[in-house]
Design a protein around this ligand. Structure first.
Ligand SMILES: [Zn+2]
Length: 353
């Protein structure tokens, strides 16, 4: 089971839908710069746009989380207006002036280049757009945008389980599969912002249905939540053997519970999932050679059972030196992305760019 980042519950990532710490911390005392009449940036926002939920965080510029909250995603381009309204409401509620905010970091599930232009985000129904520029106009705050998994990797590297590692990869398993890479202490973005888009790595020649990207046989189709449930349905349809999965609503949670209970169909599904993800991570490790691979995203709530199947196949396929990489679950849970997004406007995050 996964421990919630903000309460002692061992249930799921989002058991705390709101979190409100008693800040503003930086308001205690007036700095020398303020006495000189200079503008002092005290806050920054981190926003992580997912296909199901949008997560928000207000942080101090020295990295303290002041407030976190989650809203369901209403698909389409109105997402941008919704984010603007949430940020405005938070600033009004707390009496924060725009001059006190260093900026807004935004993570989205698609490739974003260094200028903040998105090429597409298929899970949100978005095509190409100058995302950072558009949000800067809408909110009046300087906005930087990047791929959500890259920002989750930055969040775990700076605030979570990867603080002692200069070379690490974070894999997110949710509606899609993504990865972010920290290489020599720097966030790897690539020429098009697509570094770590392993969800669209070709893994299987046997899948005839198209992936959301238009290709066939992508890792997304085998290791995302919809992908692993598709495998389970295929395994159930291929025979009539008794299975706990025939008696329960099929979800990622019920699937991994059945794996832990030794259900034959569920275990076979986990083997196919582990094989696909193990291959992909072995290929990724040849390019970036991480010391640590962190598993995050909604499906990481399955905990050790999930980790065991990934690691088993990673070790089978990885080059001997790369096979030494350690594995662990994301410590910030589903909130790693907002930490990484906000860090784009903190000194410690800028040092990683
Ligand atoms: Zn694909």
């Amino acid at each position: 089971m996964y421990q919630c980042a903000f309460c002692p519950k061992n249930l799921a990532f989002f058991c705390c839908f709101t979190y409100n710490k008693n800040v503003p911390i930086p308001s205690a005392g007036i700095s020398a710069a303020e006495l000189r009449g200079e503008t002092v940036h005290k806050y920054c926002f981190g926003v992580d746009v997912g296909a199901s939920f949008i997560k928000y965080g207000l942080f101090t510029t020295d990295g303290e989380a002041a407030e976190k909250w989650v809203r369901p995603t209403e698909p389409g381009e109105r997402i941008l207006a919704d984010i603007t309204a949430e940020i405005d409401a938070c600033m009004r509620r707390r009496g924060i002036d725009a001059a006190e905010v260093s900026g807004l970091g935004l993570g989205v599930p698609g490739p974003v280049d260094r200028e903040g232009a998105l090429s597409r985000a298929v899970n949100l129904g978005w095509g190409a757009m100058p995302l950072a520029e558009r949000m800067t106009v809408l909110t009046g705050l300087e906005t930087r945008a990047a791929n959500d998994s890259s920002l989750a990797a930055l969040g775990e590297h700076l605030f979570g389980g990867g603080t002692d590692y200069r070379d690490m990869a974070l894999v997110t398993l949710g509606t899609g599969v993504g990865a972010g890479v920290i290489c020599g202490g720097k966030l790897l973005l690539g020429a098009h912002g697509a570094a770590g888009e392993i969800g669209h790595m070709h893994i299987s020649d046997d899948i005839t249905e198209p992936c959301a990207c238009g290709s066939r046989g992508c890792l997304d189709q085998l290791a995302s939540v919809p992908g692993v449930l598709r495998i389970a349905r295929e395994q159930l349809a291929a025979g009539s053997a008794p299975s706990l999965l025939r008696e329960r609503e099929l979800t990622a949670e019920s699937l991994w519970l059945a794996v832990r209970e030794g259900d034959h169909v569920a275990v076979r599904t986990a083997e196919i999932f582990g094989d696909a993800l193990g291959r992909a991570l072995a290929a990724l490790s040849l390019a970036v050679d991480p010391q640590l691979i962190v598993i995050g995203g909604g499906m990481a709530a399955a905990g050790a059972a999930l980790l065991n199947y990934i690691q088993k196949y990673y070790i089978r396929y990885a080059f001997a030196d790369c096979a030494k990489a350690a594995f662990r679950l994301a410590r910030l849970g589903g909130y790693a992305g907002i930490y990484g997004a906000a860090a784009l406007f903190m000194d410690r995050g800028r040092q990683c760019l």
